[in-house]
Design a protein around this ligand. Sequence first.
Ligand SMILES: NC(=O)c1ccc[n+]([C@@H]2O[C@H](COP(=O)([O-])OP(=O)(O)OC[C@H]3O[C@@H](n4cnc5c(N)ncnc54)[C@H](OP(=O)(O)O)[C@@H]3O)[C@@H](O)[C@H]2O)c1
Length: 186
Amino acid sequence: MIGRYVIHGHAIVSADDRIADRNGVTPASLRNEKDWARFQASLDLAAVTVLGRLGHEANPNVKGRSRLVLSSSAKGIERRADAVWWNPAEALFDDALALAAPAGGIVAVPGGRRVFDLFLSVGYDEFQLSRATRVTIPDGIPIFSEVLAGRSAADILAAHGLVADPPEMLDPVAAVEFTRWRPPRT
Ligand SMILES: NC(=O)c1ccc[n+]([C@@H]2O[C@H](COP(=O)([O-])OP(=O)(O)OC[C@H]3O[C@@H](n4cnc5c(N)ncnc54)[C@H](OP(=O)(O)O)[C@@H]3O)[C@@H](O)[C@H]2O)c1
């Protein structure tokens, strides 16, 4: 939690913790209608959605939600027609948030990889992780860079203080399950 903001990560991964194929394209096998509906309902509750440039370009902002887009091309923080753009090497996250979501609220983080990495150090208050359990994407883009060193997404989230709720089967036909990770209840 940062001031008036809570950070929620969102991803759908393959059984081997990949978010896209080796070319950076999300394969059809990782697209699931039930998960998409659940994900969109979560984004509706958020004050801002935080995306890497490629994900922003691949997913047009049809609902006109507030977006914060990470790019090395941004000069610090810039308000452009399509989003607030932010270069983390040049400006603070707090200042980017103040422009993109001035009233506070939920900060939804749907990645990709380097964005998920960055927010591991900011701290997730929750991570909503769906998994297509029958799909593998050898050489695909992992959810976190550390997956390339042999660690699982579950190990990485646990190492950052989150605990998994019991998984729910979201779509039995496609074998897509959903797990909410959050801090341990005290
Ligand atoms: N399955 C899922 O849940 C899921 C989740 C996320 C994304 N995806 C998909 O995965 C594909 C690509 O993902 P990706 O991880 O390769 O790319 P991405 O995160 O969508 O975009 C990468 C770009 O974001 C910018 N960026 C990210 N972190 C940055 C930082 N710390 N500082 C400055 N700029 C930063 C850079 O833009 P510049 O090159 O402009 O500097 C970088 O090239 C897309 O098709 C997307 O739709 C799937």
